[in-house]
Design a protein around this ligand. Structure first.
Ligand SMILES: Cc1ncc(COP(=O)(O)O)c(C=O)c1O
Length: 387
């Protein structure tokens, strides 16, 4: 078979290979604790599961969903952004529902890049950004996210010729994997910078509702002029505890939204109608469950951060996301060696920072996706491993 050369330019999603390894370990009888995957042990509230079940029973809901008007869902998304962030968006031209935001993160590159075009991609980062650039034939230039800059990109440090060449820049706050947050001031600077160099801003905000200690993450679209220069992805996956539903959204710049709709008109036939009905119910419905859910993540965060600190690992206490980003303990040569030897000895999987890019080296990521008891057990195994 003559496969494309393009396949050599990116790696498969790291979670897929790890799931095979962890499943094999489980079949060998090991009590594996997977702190890698960002899919927590939570469920959508009952009224949403019921809305989905009822919509499935309707015999009219099983045709190609693109034959239905997607307007109620688009309106619910626009209204949600207005209520949550104060951003007024036209549901027809500035909002597009997605099959999970991952789908949009992929297609955006076909909308903005021709072969050889430059995209600025943070490092460390969610691997789909750089992979999407490579699959579209673009060139990813990495923008380091350093601890001394609170894991924000230093826009002034991007050389002017690189900024002029770039067609797009990815930003993701609250951030995966570092769990860093951005404020509105940062987004305003980003809009000004993007205008100066004519670069499209692509903001990824799926953790906007996973926040603690009275911190309320802003949206890029809150910045003045944001929708002239860019878009934002968001998702119901983490906000409404429904990672498996595959429902997300892209909002903002009309030209990009229309380009994305054009690409999607060939890549899918719309979102399964019962998911649209349930997602509309979610966005229009009560959000009181989020408070209890976030309190639960706060408790888990504190168990993990306190345990790491006791072990002499100085982890930052995140204000958002369900990830803890921590430095590799002394005595280990790099993040992969540390995480894989811990997995082998104690059957706990945490993600090596270098899997998110070269500037992720020296760190590892823990997902707070299990109960405090199970996280406590993982931390006890870590204490034993470090001796
Ligand atoms: C930074 C980031 N962006 C996007 C996604 C994809 O989310 P969705 O479930 O909406 O596809 C994830 C999922 O973990 C993520 O961490």
């Amino acid at each position: 078979m003559r496969l494309s050369n393009r396949l050599n330019n990116f790696d498969a999603y790291l979670g897929t290979a790890m799931n095979l390894i962890l499943t094999k370990m489980r079949t060998e009888g090991k009590d594996v604790i997977n702190l890698g995957l960002g899919d927590p042990d939570v469920q959508p509230p009952e009224h949403l599961r019921r809305a989905l079940a009822d919509a499935c029973l309707d015999v009219n809901h099983h045709h190609y969903p693109s034959f239905y008007s997607p307007r109620p869902l688009k309106e619910a998304m626009a209204n949600w952004y207005q209520r949550r962030f104060g951003s007024v968006l036209d549901p027809e031209t500035e909002v597009l529902p997605l099959l999970g935001s991952a789908e949009g993160l992929f297609h955006i590159h076909s909308c903005l890049l021709d072969p050889g075009d430059v995209a600025l991609v943070p490092d460390p980062a969610y691997p789909a950004y750089a992979a999407g650039v490579a699959i579209a034939g673009g060139v990813a230039i990495k923008v380091p996210l350093l601890e001394e800059n609170n894991f924000l990109p230093d826009l002034k440090a991007i050389p002017q010729d690189v900024a002029r060449q770039a067609k797009m820049i990815w930003v993701n706050y609250p951030n995966n994997p570092t769990s860093a947050e951005a404020n509105l001031g940062f987004y305003q600077q980003l809009v000004d910078w993007a205008r100066r160099y004519d670069v499209a801003v692509i903001a990824d905000n799926p953790y906007s509702e996973i926040c603690f200690d009275d911190f309320c993450p802003p949206s890029f679209l809150m910045a003045d002029g944001a929708r002239e220069v860019g878009i934002e992805f968001n998702s119901l996956s983490k906000a409404y505890n429904c990672c498996g539903w595959r429902i997300g959204m892209v909002l903002g710049n009309k030209e990009i939204i229309s380009a994305m709709a054009k690409v999607k008109s060939h890549s899918d036939r719309g979102i399964y109608y019962p998911i649209q009905v349930a997602a509309t119910a979610a966005l229009d419905g009560p959000i009181d469950f989020m408070e209890g859910r976030n309190k639960m993540f706060t408790e888990r965060r504190d168990v993990v951060v306190d345990s790491l600190n006791k072990l002499g690992i100085k982890a930052t206490r995140p204000k958002a996301t369900f990830y803890v980003w921590a430095p590799v303990p002394k005595g280990h040569s790099n993040s992969k060696e540390f995480c894989f030897s811990f997995l082998e000895k104690e059957a706990v999987w945490m993600i090596p920072g270098s899997m998110y890019g070269q500037y992720g080296e020296g760190y590892f990521r823990i997902a707070l996706t299990h109960s405090t008891e199970r996280l406590g057990e993982a931390m006890a195994r870590l204490a034993r491993f470090l001796g």
